[in-house]
Design a protein around this ligand. Structure first.
Ligand code: MN
Length: 259
């Protein structure tokens, strides 16, 4: 028999979120599930960590902890403060709302998985692509299936998956597609209004942005009724940019200047 796997679950919607509950129920049979999630909603908190105030961990029930910080704080505290050994898998979600394309850079859900990957643990962010009150059943079932694959892949190079599940009835989901990140088309992002005292205020958001129409993206897969799995990497280096700067002879070292 295999040793029982440990799975750490977190999110950015907060410890009371429905998506977190659905996720933990789906993964419970797969191993020892520990929940460490923010006490308050932390959506769009990105990869922030708390450095300017103390963090508190509250044990709400056995194996379920609320943290007074961000999703990344939760992963760090879980690994270095709560768990006796590194978990075999980290799953962040199920987020209430999509995390596709450039939006992964704002997402607290994805950031928690990024932190897991940095710590050398296979990690997956999973999001349901609707902000409406809808069932998490299909996404929870998908999470179970994908978690099993990631657990079987084992250790070695840590994988980082960004998963989006279409918000359609579970039976209507057509399958799984491996995708690349799509691209947003933003419009009217800032709304300017007057407050009751006559001063300007601004609201980020505006009309729902569109998407580019390439067909191998996360957005295209979800639109066609498929679960989208995008493997991500953390190396932001632009290797073509390195070559371009070599051609421009940008690098400069005064010790090697001969004139
Ligand atoms: Mn969220």
């Amino acid at each position: 028999m295999d040793e029982k796997k440990t799975i750490l679950i977190t999110n950015d919607d907060g410890i009371a979120a429905e998506g977190l509950r659905a996720l933990s129920e789906s993964l419970a049979e797969m191993g020892d599930v520990i929940i460490v999630a923010p006490e308050q909603e932390q959506s769009a908190s990105s990869h922030a960590i708390t450095l300017d105030k103390p963090l508190r961990i509250k044990e709400i029930s056995p194996r379920r902890y609320g943290v007074s910080g961000t999703p990344t704080d939760c992963v760090l505290l879980a690994i270095h403060g709560i768990l006796e050994r590194k978990p075999d898998l980290i799953v962040s979600g199920i987020n209430h709302g999509p995390n596709m394309g450039e939006d992964v850079t704002y997402s607290g859900t994805v950031a928690a998985a990024i932190e897991g990957c940095i710590l050398g643990i296979n990690s997956m962010a999973i999001s349901l692509t609707s902000w409406e009150p809808v069932s998490f059943d299909g996404a929870a079932a998908a999470a179970g299936r994908l978690a099993r694959v990631l657990l079987d892949m084992g250790r070695g190079k840590a994988r980082l998956w960004n998963v989006n599940v279409p918000a359609i009835p579970r039976e209507a989901i057509r399958g799984i597609r491996v995708t690349k990140l799509g691209s947003r088309i933003y419009n009217d992002l800032i709304i300017k209004k007057k407050d009751p005292r006559g001063r300007d205020y601004f609201w980020i958001g505006g009309a729902e942005p569109g998407w580019s129409t390439e067909d191998d993206t996360d957005f295209a897969a979800v639109s066609a009724g498929y679960i989208s799995v995008t493997p991500l990497r953390l190396d932001f280096t632009d290797y073509e940019g390195i070559i371009e700067l070599e051609e421009h002879r940008l690098a400069w070292n005064p010790e090697q200047t001969t004139q």
